[in-house]
Structures are given as C-alpha cells and as structure tokens.
Design a protein around this ligand. Sequence first.
Ligand code: ADP
Ligand code: MG
Length: 658
Amino acid sequence: MAATTEHVSPEQFQFQAEVNQVLGLVINSLYSNKEIFLRELISNASDAIDKLKYRALTQHDLVTEGAPLEIRILPDAEAGTLTLEDFGVGMTRDELIENLGTIAHSGTRRFLEAAREQAGAGAGEGGDALGLIGQFGVGFYSAYLVADRVEVVSRAAGAEGGQAYRWSSDAKGGFTVTPAEREHQGTSIVLHLKDDAKDFLDAWKLKDLVRRYSDYVSHPIKLQEERWERPEGAAEDAEAEKQLVLEQANRGKALWQRPKGELKDEDYQEFYKHLGHDWEAPLAWTHFKVEGVQLFTGVLFLPRKAPFDLYDPNKRRGVRLYVKRVFIMDDCEELVPQWLRFLRGLIDSDDLPLNVSRELLQDSTVLRSIRKQIVKKALDLLDELAKDRPDDYRLFWEQFGPVLKEGLHFAPESRDRLAKLVRFRSSKVDGLTSLAEYVERMPEGQDAIYYIVGGSEKAVAASPHLEALRSKGYEVLYMTDPIDEWAVEGLSTFDDKRLVSALKADLPLEGQDEAKDEGEDQRKDELAGLLAKFEQVLGEQVAKVQLSKRLTSSPTCLVVPEGGLPAHLERMLRMNQQDVPATKRILELNPKHPLVESLRKLHADDADAPQLTEWIEVLYDQSLLAEGSPIDDPARFAQRVTKLLEEAAALAVPKAEA
Ligand code: ADP
Ligand code: MG
C-alpha cells in the first residue's frame, strides 16, 4: 500500500496529506448538505454487518453472544453527542489507523489536483466541487460536517481477548488511538456535535432522515428515544418514569426484494447513494427478476459521472454480489465484464452456495449465466436510454463511451448490439452521430463507411487524407479516443458496409472511373524517376513512396501500411512504456500538385540537384507536422524553411527596388 501515516508517538498519528485535503473539500463543499453524514455512517455500519455475516458463515465464533446484528442511533442531549453503533466486523487497531487515517485510492492525488483546478477556475465552492466529491465517495469524513470531534470505538470480530480501541480526532491535527473496552464486536462512532448541528439530536428529525435516506437498508436501524412510561411490571398506579427505548426506524426490507410498483424514483436514487461512492442521483436504472434456469434479482444503475478511477486497473468496485440476501462481495470481477465496469448496483442470487469462494466463482456456470443476463439487461437499459432520452444518452456517452467501446473488441458476441450504441463525431454533423444515421446520409455510389483515427478532432479534421473523400461528398467519422483503433477493428462492418480507414495505404475509393485510371498509368511512368529519388533521399524513414488518390490540395501525406499502427497510437503506447515496433509509414505524393510537377521537371533536368534533396526533406517533415507527429530535427527544418522563404521573398521583391 502506497499510503503511509507518519508515526509521531505510540498513540499519536498524523493524517496522510491527502486526508487533510479531502476533509477540507468535504467540509467546504457539503456544508449545505450536512445531513448526508447520517446516510454515510449508516451505509458503513450496514457494510460492516454485511461483512460480519458473511465471515460468520464459516467462523461461527465471530459473533459475541447476545450481540444484536443491528444499527443503533443514540442521541444524548446532555452530552451533546450523537452515537452510531453497529455490531459488525469492527476494526483492529491497524485498521483504524489505515482506514480512517489514509485514503486507499491510488488516484487520490490526481483527483485532488482536478478539484483544485476547478476551484481555481471559479467554479465556486458548491456546484462543481460537489460533482467531484461524487466521483470520489469520502463517506467517513462527512462526520465532520456536524461534529468538531469524532471518537470511534471499535472491536474487531474475533479480536484476541476482545480488545477494543478508541480512535479520536478533531480533524485539525492528527488523531490518537488508545486501548478501550467494548462488550461486543462492532463499532461506535461518537459525534461531538457542533453548536449549529445540535438539531440532529431531535428524534423526529433523525427518524425522518432514516426514512428518507436509509429505509431500504436491510438491517434494522433502531433509534433510541426517551419515553415517559410506567416501568415494565410496575403496579398500574405507579408513576411514569423516563425510559430509553429502541424503536426501529426503517422498514428493514432490502429494496431489491420489494415489488417495483411499490418503489418510487427517489427510493432508487437514495438506494444508489447508499450503495456508496456517489452523491449524485444516477442517470438511469433497471430493476429485474430473472426466473429461468437461475433465480436472481438485480438492480443496475448508470452513474451520471465517471468516477476518477475509471481507468485505474486496480480499482475494484462495481456490482455487488449477494446470495440469498447475504452480502458476499463488492468486487466480484466475474459478474460484470470490464467494458461494463461503469455499472453500479447488485445481484442477489438464489442458486449460488452461501460459502461461495472466489475460486469457485471463477468457473461457476451459474455465475456465467448471470453474467450473460447482466450484459443483456445493461444493453437493454442503454438501448432504452438512447431511444427515449437521447440527451441523457449523450451524457452517458461523454462519460463512459470509451469504456463501452472496449466491448467491440473484447465481446464479439455483443458486437451487433454495441454497434447500434456507439456514437462518433464526424465531418458532416455537429455533435455525435450513430452509425445508422451515418448510413442514412450516405450519398449514391458510396458503399463503405469511412473513418479517420488521430489524436484530436482538430488534427483529423484538417488531415490531408480526407481531401478526396471530401471532394466526393463522403462523410468521415472522427475517431479520436485511444481505444478507437481497436474498437473499430472489432466492428469491421455495419449494416453490411465495411468500415474503412482514411489513413490506410490501400484506401479504396469506389466510383473512380476507368478513363482516369488509364491517365494515371501514364502519370505513374512520368513520375517513376521522382518517386525513386524520394525513396533514395528518405531511405529508412519510410516504407516506400507512392502516388496518392486521396489528395486534392496537399502535395504529400503519410499513410499507414496494412497492419501498422497510426502514428499517434504508437506515440501513446511508447509514452506508457510499452515496447512497440516503429511502423514505417508510406509517403504519398499528389500527382496533380503543381509542386510535385515542378520537382519532376527539376529531377528530369538534373537528378542530382542539391535543392531536390533539401525540398524532399522539407516535404517529409511537413507531412509529419500535418499529422501531428514530432520531427527529428526541428532546428534543421526551420533553417531549411527560412532558406526557402528567403529565396521566395527575393523573387517576390519587384526588380526596381532590389
Ligand atoms: P468507503 O465506505 O467508501 O470505503 P468510508 O470513508 O465511508 O469509505 O470508510 C472508510 C473505511 O473505513 C471503510 O472502507 C471501512 O473499511 C472502514 N469503516 C468505516 N466505518 C466502519 C464501521 N462502522 N465498521 C467497520 N469498518 C468501518
Ligand atoms: Mg462509506
């Protein structure tokens, strides 16, 4: 683990630097949403009970005798504290230090930089910082929205001698950890409420918040209330006395077990937030029950924003697995393919054994068939969103499109459905287009779908490779995601039309008539000498030099031979320390360009003219620049261009002035 906590003395610790920043961010951006602290702490307590129940399946002595597997909310008006108690797995001393003193996510630093940039850009404290925190999920620290000091007393299930520890911090400096006592396994979070948060001691308010935010938590959430009642068993005329009673405040039935008709949008939205790691409502969801060979229930959500660690190969969160209402794990890789890793939610299976292990899951036929259904339900959900709420689908696409496109490569069985869901920018429309829309716009005579890959929309739009396609009125899809090169390979055809790269060497342009081809042959002969000269000058820098059919206004361009990688991809892979062989590209000359014609004449006149070599080098460098590639020797290029300009300028000056 990369995160470390500086050890000051045996009991005093400093927060990892990132924790301080996250704390600041939470407190500054969520002050008007203070009440969510309750949802976050209940969510953690519920997770802790889930984990305990799972471990107790095989380790029966983990649960101390008489421990109620519930969550308790204990307001204490006199002390000014609100305590959240659970009887879950608890934390060891080391876990207290690790879980509450560091942030485990590896992308934290990047996230914090983004947050600072946003704040610097004047996005204000509320709005966008909120969205950023949403990508992060910083549950426990929300306690400091309402408390100026927090104590966590925890006893890990199965701890030797039943030893408990107390973690305590005012969030300003560091924290302390000292031995403590606790009757049962589990955790109590004691919030010393700030003056402006004392209303969270009010039983009505707390009950309301539990119903609103945490109703679907499947463990009982009990609120301690004061009642004036006759003590139990006392005589009928005995005086009423102040009693502390525990009342269940939530329904306690897992949301996914309730009939759909009974659930409102808000229920799903709150449930999604409870599952964790987002503070914003989801974009869409689907709730289903499958009753075929397998019996299982599921709820799947599409988040509104991509989490900051969407591309972190170590990140492990997505769809939770439950078996017969018992939580099993929240990072079950076998459940959801990588290209759907943006999905959130859960699956509850009735067919898997409760003691299912990771190894067992790896080749479980039950799981495989569940996975198939998840893919189907997710694609159904996306289809529906694309059809009924295209604006929201666009939002989804902007956030998760590149991930979904991975499926084109890795999931050939879903290719046809995915091909309908992909969107691209293009030379003909503003915004995004589907392949079906592209096909509808195809003019008579065009029978392939053309695309160009490159580093940015600007670069590809200006690329000389598109000149001939443009002049024919053919639309070109702009593929500027790094994944596109592979994705489109998986696609290969749509609606029986081939997808053809404008960068590839053998770009077929149908509709080029025979007469023209004959003229071309003659031109080829004329230019053969010049082509050979180009090859001689450029040597190892190119695979070969050939005449182009795709250029109309540029003199040259570089194209990718069959099986080669486009330049921008090669660069990207190298930047990621990947060892890729250099693809030698093909230089194409525009036979109709006046510059090419002049060079031909020059070459015919004197094949060894020194300018010829200079100009060929300049043209090659210029082709590199046009596709956004760096050139070998920029200083030399600049010198050559200066020299050319000098000569041209001298010619341009009227004789009289010279
Ligand atoms: P998250 O829930 O997203 O992991 P939190 O900040 O809410 O992040 O909690 C951090 C970690 O602290 C949890 O992952 C868990 O390991 C631990 N933790 C928090 N609350 C409890 C609790 N009540 N019982 C046991 N562990 C807890
Ligand atoms: Mg949490």
